[in-house]
Design a protein around this ligand. Structure first.
Ligand code: SF4
Length: 429
């Protein structure tokens, strides 16, 4: 049997009831438009039309890089001074842009109008625009809307808002059908395939992934739906699914051997999979990942890590890095702490971990400098200044762009942290 890191004994509640430092102040995060970069790759016949300013256009263009070989499936309808003068013109202009786009790109089946700070400031009602345009273009094209605005949000909330806007479009499960599993949160296709194989071997099915790869494969939802969150930033999506009768399976997130095993176990328990089958199916993945992690542990053990609040992945990452790689947690900051979704993660964090929620960037920079961690996880805006001060950094956004979930990716995830440390050591040598 493979070595499994034991889930912490029930006697210790880790950080389940730990105090949290709540901060409100200036924040250094990307906005929700960033999610378009991974969502447009995931839903292969969806188009994301940002209704925003030149700044918004610049942000997604530079985040996505320049696409040479494929026509991108995102764009920005620029709100200019003329639009600011009259909303009626703005709506007409938007209808014109959408009509032209749909005529030119017949492969588009799902169009998201994505709100931004400027569209919110001028109170452009994109939900009315979406239903007006949906009326005109359905059933060929469904038009939905959500906000990616950076006002009071962080970048992963773009995915949450997008998926929550899709939930009302999911077909209803027929009543009295057997329980079905839904995995919620955009995963790299390769990871999705690995999980689908594991669930298949466990005898759990049907399993649906949300978001799907194609707009015409929206998973059904209803009282028979049991869902596992694959990402920790999907609070609104979870609420919307629950409102449609689905039930969340509480679990840590599938990062590292321990998180992946516990996440799969939550589904196995709900679907009545025997312990013997579970062990036999998961053992090869656990063993491979544990062996690969042992190599990374050499670089990371004993190193101190400081998390600025950014992706909302911070708590599951801290759990993985401390328990499976022996790293010490200087501070774990998160933009929002969803106590219910994080309950299993918090219980696994070492007691006494410094947790913070929200951001006051100056105060947090002071704490970070005082802690002198070996590595800092932060947004792009903070990384360069901190590097210039001699600190080693890891960009939080890379953790969302890279496949990091599941057994086969556990060592790659660890390597994202060891690589900058090794590079710093080489530079210092
Ligand atoms: S949505 Fe707001 S924060 Fe994001 S790029 Fe546009 S203006 Fe900037």
């Amino acid at each position: 049997m493979s070595p499994v890191i034991p889930i912490q004994a029930a006697a210790s509640r880790g950080c389940a009831d730990a105090p949290v430092l709540r901060e409100r102040g200036q924040r250094e995060v990307f906005c929700g438009l960033t999610g378009i970069i991974w969502l447009h790759r995931k839903i292969q016949d969806a188009f994301f039309l940002v209704v925003g300013s030149r700044t918004c256009a610049h942000l997604i263009q530079s985040a996505a890089g320049v696409m040479i070989f494929a026509e991108p499936r995102f764009a920005t309808a620029i709100i200019d001074e003329r639009d600011l003068a009259g909303l009626a013109d703005c709506n007409e202009e938007l209808d014109r842009v959408v009509t032209r786009l749909i005529e030119r790109r017949p492969e588009i089946k799902l169009l998201f109008l994505v709100g931004s700070c400027p569209s919110e400031v001028i109170k452009l009602d994109l939900s009315r625009a979406a239903s007006r345009l949906s009326g005109r273009f359905s059933p060929d094209v469904r038009v939905l809307n959500y906000s990616g605005s950076g006002i009071e949000t962080t970048f992963t909330q773009g995915e949450d808002a997008c998926l929550a806007s899709l939930v009302p479009s999911l077909p209803a499960s027929p009543e009295a059908v057997a329980p079905e599993l839904m995995v919620v949160g955009a995963l790299a296709d390769v990871v999705e395939d690995q999980f689908a194989r594991l669930f298949g071997q466990l005898g759990i099915g049907p399993v649906r992934f949300f978001p799907p790869r194609h707009a015409n494969r929206l998973p059904p939802v209803g009282a028979n739906t049991r869902f596992l969150l694959a990402q920790p930033f999907l609070a609104d999506t979870a609420l919307a699914l629950e409102a449609r009768g689905a039930r969340r399976l509480a679990a840590p997130f599938p990062l590292g051997v321990e998180g992946t095993t516990a996440w799969l176990q939550a589904a196995a328990t709900a679907f009545g999979v025997s312990a013997t089958t579970f062990d036999a199916v998961t053992a090869p993945g656990r063993e491979r990942a544990a062996a690969a992690l042992a190599r990374q542990r050499v670089q990371l053990e004993g190193k101190r890590i400081f998390f600025f609040p950014d992706s909302q992945l911070e708590i599951p990452l801290a759990r993985f890095l401390s328990r499976e790689l022996g790293m010490a947690l200087a501070e774990v900051g998160t933009p929002y702490l969803h106590r219910a979704h994080m309950a299993e993660e918090l219980a696994l964090l070492p007691e006494g971990t410094v947790l913070s929620e929200g951001q006051h960037v100056e105060n947090q920079l002071d704490r970070c400098r005082a802690a002198r961690p070996d590595i800092v996880v932060c947004g792009l805006g903070l990384a360069n200044p901190l590097e210039a001060e001699g600190l080693t950094t890891k960009w939080a956004i890379e953790l969302v762009f890279t496949p990091i979930h599941g057994y086969e990716q556990a060592a790659d995830l660890a390597e994202l942290f060891s690589r900058p440390l090794v590079r710093r050591l080489r530079l210092a040598a």
